[in-house]
Design a protein around this ligand. Structure first.
Ligand code: PLP
Length: 397
């Protein structure tokens, strides 16, 4: 059977091979320290689960409006106003099946074949593949380790061309944990306005920041006209399986996304929408507690990584990932690529990580610390032992 040219532009990410092997080992009963999954290890808070149960009991089980129930759109606007000081109205909101569908809708509604999509590196791989699927050309924009991989407006400005249509920013960042400086975000929105480009700001990790308060690019002057803000219930409220996200954008773009959604998934899950209303308007203690716990884990994991000879790791200011530079083990340790190193770590130290290739880099691995302190302690001890043995015995694998 012939597949379309379009589908051949996207691939299962390089992470899949390592993660499948991890899955196989776990099924075989191997005691694995798993830093692979980008998913909170917390349960969805009880009040939110109860709201879902209530929706089922009340029979709220039918199709809803394509772009989401009015009650949830209002709740998103109110939560966003309360948390970030923005001023969106319901006509500027679409509710989607997770942040990923909001990203897919945005890129599909904006990108023509040949349009350039400016993508800072390291990036979350779906940005690249979705842009390619839409026919866009990704232009990669490296960020520097010395600045903790924070994106700077002057670097963006230098990379703009007359074909640039969209700039993707992701703060707090997956995989680097970088959080953008407010001044840089402001300059980026100004640039977008001046050059007629759109900024898509993925803020799915907004509430996991460890210095200062959560912030949204959507609160900046000009952002309502020139930016799309992507949000998600998945990480903030530990609701990955419920599949609710949203986009905030100018009403004409929202209307285009609703059109697309009406021919793909129709509406987001009705029950999950009710649960999301509770998440946004109910008590927020669980979010603060999760953030405090991630912070504790971040401090431990970064210190432990820095305690391994030859590893460099900037302190991530947000999200729940550490992104150490392991290039010394590639040059001296005898591994050709982060993929090879991650495979050896899995095989020999029983530690699952994601190789940098998945994020457009050839010098890193990613560790998610959305896992228990016990696993973090055990896994880092095993990693240190294995890597330092490699260090003294180059080529061991
Ligand atoms: N954006 C980033 C940067 C992510 O890391 C993820 C999930 O890992 C998502 C968006 C999408 O999450 P969801 O579709 O569950 O909202």
């Amino acid at each position: 059977m012939h597949l379309s040219e379009r589908i051949s532009r996207i691939s299962i990410s390089t992470t899949a091979a390592v993660l499948h092997e991890a899955e196989r080992m776990r099924a075989a009963g191997v005691d694995l320290a798993d830093f692979g999954a980008g998913e909170p290890d917390f349960k969805t808070p009880e009040n939110i689960r109860e709201a879902g149960i209530r929706a089922i009991r009340e029979g709220f089980t039918r199709y809803t409006p394509v772009g989401g129930i009015p009650e949830l759109k209002e709740a998103v606007c109110e939560w966003h106003r309360r948390e970030f000081g923005t001023a969106y109205s319901p006509s500027e909101v679409i509710i989607t099946a997770g942040g990923k569908q909001a990203i897919f809708n945005t890129i599909s509604a904006l990108i023509n074949p040949g349009d350039e999509v400016l993508l800072p590196v390291p990036y979350w791989v779906s940005f690249r593949d979705i842009a390619h699927y839409a026919g866009g050309r990704t232009v990669l924009l490296p960020t520097a380790e010395e600045s903790g991989y924070r994106l700077r407006a002057d670097e963006v400005e230098r990379a703009l061309t007359p074909r640039t249509r969209l700039l993707i920013v992701n703060s707090p960042n997956n995989p680097s944990g970088a959080v953008m400086e407010p001044g840089e975000s402001r300059r980026i929105v100004e640039l977008a306005a001046a050059r007629g480009i759109v900024v898509m700001a993925d803020e799915c990790y907004s509430h996991f920041v460890y210095d200062g308060r959560p912030a949204s690019l959507g609160a900046l002057a000009g952002a309502r006209e020139h930016a799309v803000v992507i949000g998600s219930m998945s990480k903030t409220f530990a609701m990955t399986g419920w599949r609710i996200g949203f986009a905030l954008a100018p009403a004409a773009l929202i209307e285009a996304m609703v059109r697309l959604q009406s021919h793909t998934t129709t509406n987001p899950n009705s029950i999950a929408q009710k649960a999301a209303v509770e998440a946004l308007l109910g008590p927020q203690d669980a979010v603060r507690e999760m953030c405090a716990e991630y912070r504790r884990r971040r401090d431990f994991i970064v210190q432990a990584l820095r305690g391994i000879s030859g590893i460099r790791c900037p302190l991530p200011a947000g999200s729940f990932y550490a992104f150490p530079n392991v290039s010394r083990y590639l040059s001296k340790g005898g591994y050709a690529t982060p993929f090879d190193l991650a495979a050896a770590l899995l095989r020999e130290a029983r530690v699952a990580t994601v190789p940098g290739e998945a994020f457009g880099t050839s010098e890193h691995i990613r560790l998610s610390y959305a896992t228990s302190m016990r696993q973090i302690e055990q896994g880092l001890a095993r990693m240190k032992e294995f890597l330092e043995a490699t260090w003294t015995t180059p080529g061991r694998s």
